[in-house]
Design a protein around this ligand. Structure first.
Ligand SMILES: Nc1ncnc2c1ncn2[C@@H]1O[C@H](COP(=O)(O)OP(=O)(O)OP(=O)(O)O)[C@@H](O)[C@H]1O
Length: 480
């Protein structure tokens, strides 16, 4: 970033005129302010790379404006102009974060020298940012998002496509599937890296405080507002605002958010001033947004505005093939975080982990590994280190598979029975499955028992015996 837009603030018209003319001649985009208040307002409305401020101005003086810029727009460099060459002014200006100062009257070449120096400094900052971008993208994208399953690859593809632009993204997925991780990856792989990534969980903040969190407030806006507070939008200036659990945002606030997305400006609570914001929005939810739109608890127009590109994250049980890599990753992390010695997972324990239902998704897996690593007495995690993962309880190979279906059905049926009274449970269950299975296959084979036996992969005589013992009624077929 070179210096391109400059603000000159001085109450002396001749100074404004001379500086503006000289700087414009050199190709800079120059705007002027007649006093400190006007300068402050202009800085709020658009970004300046450099602000040249007279120290003595009516209203807010140069040091007030400097303080404001340092707090609210720290990327703007400030040069203070002073009338007297006193140490005191120079020291105060530099102490308050001025980039440099000039003593009036000054030669234009002195200003040129400062701008030249500032440009170099800005370029170095930009190079550092670029380097940070490269390093972080290597770490963030490739390394900390684990999983090479098809489902995750399709997520990476969309992520790669949208990261570079300012397009709004809506990430959906059950709790713990990695929505915030993906939102961070979008930011880190975008040109906004180096600028803030601000996350706000709309469900975690009481409704009445949410608006304040988003837009901030002016001093005196309400009882207790003793100071001005900037909201998340302003804090995220130039960067990304991640709105988690967006489905929990109250309707009145949805309308305000929509307006901000359209106008790209906000006003703080209790304030009049319109503040321009340059923020990319990434939203996330674990709710069914189309149902919410139908139920009119979420505005349709806002939904379409947010859902420009949807990213649906798979549940962990839909990508069980990623579990070994995730376990490895969390074991390594546990070693680092808790300073424990090398630890690994036995093949049986891994099978147990792969078979679990994981209602809490990756977060649950991470917590499970952390807990087991901390409590494990030796260097290998075995099935006994995961006492909560009873294979009989909630262990489904694939949520929609036949086995999972039968498993769920069995669990609910057996829960109603007094098993202590049973002595032929195995046979009883098998008969209940065999009978409908044979019936269905016979129907498909149009009661041709030879064909039905082939489909079932059993001997024709075995099938005949089963038909008799299970008392299955078979219509005679010509082919049999
Ligand atoms: N693919 C992944 N690779 C590595 N770690 C992951 C992955 N997905 C999630 N995690 C880890 O799981 C935990 C939960 O992830 P995250 O907070 O991003 O989920 P979420 O979907 O935003 O959850 P919630 O809806 O509850 O806010 C984090 O510690 C995160 O680092």
């Amino acid at each position: 970033m070179a210096i391109s837009r400059i603000l000159v603030a001085d109450d002396e018209e001749s100074i404004r005129w001379v500086l503006s003319k000289a700087l414009k001649k050199q190709g800079y985009d120059v705007e002027v302010a007649e006093d400190g208040n006007q300068a402050r307002k202009m800085v709020q409305e658009r970004h300046y790379d450099l602000a040249i401020l007279d120290i003595k101005m009516p209203g807010a003086n140069g040091l007030d404006v400097l303080k404001f810029i340092r707090e609210e727009h720290p990327s703007t460099l400030v040069v203070i102009m002073t009338a007297e060459a006193t140490m005191e002014h120079a020291v105060t200006a530099m102490k308050n974060g001025a980039y440099d100062y000039l003593t009036k009257p000054f030669d234009l070449s002195a200003l040129d020298a400062i701008i030249f120096k500032a440009t170099n400094a800005a370029e170095v900052t930009e190079q550092i940012d670029q380097l940070k971008r490269e390093i972080q993208s290597q770490y963030s994208f490739g390394r900390s998002i684990i999983g090479n399953s098809q489902a995750m690859q399709s997520v990476y593809k969309t992520l790669g496509r949208v990261a570079g632009s300012d397009i709004t993204v809506l990430i959906t997925g059950e709790s713990g599937t990695g929505k915030e991780l993906i939102a961070r990856a979008i930011h880190m792989n975008s040109p906004r890296l180096g600028k803030p990534f601000i996350a706000l969980n709309c469900a975690a903040i009481p409704r009445e405080l949410l608006e304040n969190e988003l837009f901030g407030h002016e001093r005196g806006a309400f009882t207790g507002a003793t100071d001005r507070k900037t909201g998340k939008f302003e804090q995220a200036e130039g960067g990304t605002l991640f709105l988690d659990e967006i489905g929990d945002m109250p309707l009145e606030l949805q309308a305000k958010l929509l307006r901000v997305l359209q106008e790209k400006e906000i006003t703080r609570t209790g304030g009049q001033q319109i503040i321009k914001v340059n923020v990319r929005i990434v939203a996330a939810t674990n709710q069914n947004m189309t149902k919410q739109v139908e139920a009119k608890t979420f505005r349709e127009d806002l939904y379409y505005r947010l859902n420009v590109v949807p990213i649906a994250l798979p549940t962990l049980r839909e990508r069980r093939e990623d579990i070994p890599a995730l376990v490895d990753f969390f074991l390594q992390k546990a070693r680092q975080d808790f300073g424990i010695d090398a630890i690994e997972c036995s093949p049986q324990a891994l099978e147990l982990l792969k078979g679990h239902h994981w209602p809490g998704n990756v977060r649950e897996l991470e917590n499970t590994i952390n807990r087991a690593s901390l409590l494990c007495p030796n260097h290998v995690l075995t099935a006994t280190d995961f006492p909560d993962l009873d294979p009989g309880k909630g262990s489904y190979p694939n949520e929609d598979s036949l086995e999972a279906l039968v498993c769920r059905k069995l669990q609910s049926s057996l829960a109603q029975m007094d098993l202590t009274e049973m002595n032929n449970l195995y046979e009883m269950v098998l008969h209940q499955i065999e009978r409908p299975l044979i019936n269905i296959v016979l129907q498909k084979a149009r009661c041709n028992q030879v064909r039905a036996a082939e489909i079932l992969g059993i001997n024709r005589n075995t099938l005949r015996k089963k038909i008799n013992t299970l008392k299955i009624e078979v219509k005679r077929n010509n082919g049999d």
